[in-house]
Design a protein around this ligand. Structure first.
Ligand SMILES: Cc1cc2nc3c(=O)[nH]c(=O)nc-3n(C[C@H](O)[C@H](O)[C@H](O)COP(=O)(O)OP(=O)(O)OC[C@H]3O[C@@H](n4cnc5c(N)ncnc54)[C@H](O)[C@@H]3O)c2cc1C
Ligand SMILES: *[C@@H]1O[C@H](CO)[C@@H](O)[C@H](O)[C@H]1NC(C)=O
Ligand SMILES: *[C@@H]1O[C@H](CO)[C@@H](O)[C@H](O)[C@H]1NC(C)=O
Length: 429
């Protein structure tokens, strides 16, 4: 298929993938793009990237994603749209002395993958012990018991809500239309039945308005199965808890500049945000599902997700005691659950929906919790799909999992298995 520049394109979801795609298509000269978003603001509070910051790392155990992440990092470094939101403070990838062999093994694989890739020459600092880590992160006041790993300086973090806001602004400048709130929340996709399948012709929003489109692209993150129910067997909505510590401006200044740190067996944290002086920290277990009738979908309201399970609090304090004990007992604020769309093997799904004709319906989903860093390039892949008319990269195709495989349960690079929120005690703090 070829999509003429003036044909109507509908993008559902103004999160990381949807905004990037709208921006790319508008930059290519498409003149009739409408983005529908269920929040009444962009950046959307329902987006998995509605946060102070996200890690922009370039190493993956899988060299395919390393290449994509390296493309993305070059954009974060140089593209005037993205660069103001990127801080190349480095990525410290470590384990504690208590890490299980599985987690230690994952660290060794990451380490081996960067050591073998010349793109990282000159950026790597081995950190075999706590003394070496204190050298690259003198801000850490804790003992770092048994910590070992490496620092990769070709990495850092991006201020994710700010970046989404910037891309939103750039889209508006390029003439992309947005409908937000009830006027933007898609209730259902609309189809025309034809011989040989059905053709998606657009969507109806909660307020009853119909948006007609030649091509509809669903980029609804963890909510994708609400819009495209056929994808449910491949996707499980999974969330993690995010918390913050409010520092004073001078405390924040003292901690300025340490690398984004992932302690693979506990969690990850960022330097204090320069504007708000909040330090973000996240326990990185296997994540939580919200199972309803065998399907995990995110909570439908924001208020339901404004907490983290007790286990997250416990692990967050455990991590802080090892690294920044002077703030380990501070109140944890702005706690919330953050949702992603998990696939069984962490591969994205960027493809047309089988059974729909004329390439009328595509999904851009399955971010599996590692999609934000790809924001500057994900729209290129969406545009490629539309221009080529099919997904040439096998790994990003729509998959029809065999029934006996069941739902995605355990992703190898995560420390522990996924559990359901219903079985997790809530913190009373
Ligand atoms: C705790 C946590 C930490 C993370 N850390 C990192 C990290 O360090 N590095 C990294 O690269 N990635 C990270 N991620 C992952 C990253 O946030 C996601 O991969 C990314 O946001 C996925 O983009 P998306 O566009 O698919 O979904 P989202 O950004 O979630 O956007 C989906 C959008 O669709 C909208 N929507 C849903 N349903 C509808 C509907 N019916 N109608 C209209 N709009 C709708 C939503 O409101 C939302 O705005 C993290 C995620 C979490 C939860
Ligand atoms: C965009 O497409 C819609 C749906 O087909 C149509 O109603 C509208 O007139 C188009 N707008 C422009 C500027 O072409
Ligand atoms: C990482 O790789 C380097 C170079 O091969 C090696 O010297 C170091 O011990 C490794 N570190 C870890 C934590 O695996």
């Amino acid at each position: 298929m070829s999509l003429a520049k003036d044909e109507p394109v509908l993008i559902i979801g103004a999160g990381t993938f949807g905004l990037s795609t709208a921006h790319k298509l508008a930059s290519l000269g498409h003149t009739n793009i409408t983005v529908l978003e269920k929040d009444d603001q962009v950046p959307s509070r329902f987006s998995g990237a509605f946060d102070l910051n996200k890690i922009i790392r370039s190493e993956y155990i899988d060299p395919f994603y390393t290449e994509v992440a390296l493309q993305a990092i070059r954009q974060w470094q140089t593209n005037p749209l993205y660069q103001p939101h990127f801080r190349q403070v480095g990525f410290l990838n470590v384990v504690t002395g208590e890490a299980s062999p599985v987690v230690q093994n994952a660290l060794h694989k990451y380490n081996a993958s960067v050591a073998a890739n010349s793109a990282f020459d000159g950026y790597l600092v081995p950190c075999p012990d706590a003394a070496a880590i204190h050298k690259v992160a003198p801000q850490f006041t804790g003992d770092l018991p048994g910590w070992t790993g490496y620092l990769n300086r070709l990495a850092g973090y991006a201020q994710s809500s700010n970046a989404m806001q910037a891309v939103y602004g750039a889209c508006v400048q390029l003439g992309v239309k947005f409908a937000l709130g009830k006027a933007g929340e898609v209730d259902e996709l609309l189809y025309e039945t034809l011989t040989g399948g059905k053709k998606c012709i657009g969507a109806r929003t909660k307020d009853g308005k119909v948006y007609q489109a030649r091509t509809t692209i669903v980029a609804a993150g963890g909510y994708v199965a609400n819009v495209v129910p056929a994808i449910a067997p491949q996707i499980s909505a999974v969330c993690w808890g995010v918390s913050h510590i409010q520092l004073t401006p001078s405390e924040s200044e003292q901690l300025r500049g340490f690398p984004v740190t992932t302690v693979r067996d506990i969690g990850f944290f960022f330097e204090p945000d320069p504007a708000t002086h909040k330090l973000k920290i996240c326990y990185m277990g296997g994540g939580y599902t919200n199972q309803k009738n065998g399907l995990s979908v995110p909570y439908s309201t924001l208020a339901e997700g404004e907490y983290v399970p007790e286990e997250d609090i416990r692990q967050t304090r455990r991590l802080l005691k090892q690294v920044l004990p002077h703030i380990a007992d501070r109140p944890l604020i702005d706690k919330h659950l953050c949702w992603v769309a998990d696939t069984g093997n962490s591969d994205f799904i960027i493809d047309f929906v089988p059974g729909t004709t004329d390439n009328s319906l595509a999904v851009l989903s399955g971010d599996s919790g590692h999609g934000f860093k790809m924001m500057p390039v994900i729209g290129n892949f969406a545009a490629d799909l539309l221009s080529k008319g099919q997904q040439e990269l096998h790994r990003w195709r729509w998959r029809e999992p065999k029934v006996e495989e069941g739902r995605p349960k355990h992703i190898a690079w995560r420390a522990t298995a996924t559990v359901d929120l219903s079985s997790m005690p809530r913190s009373k703090l």
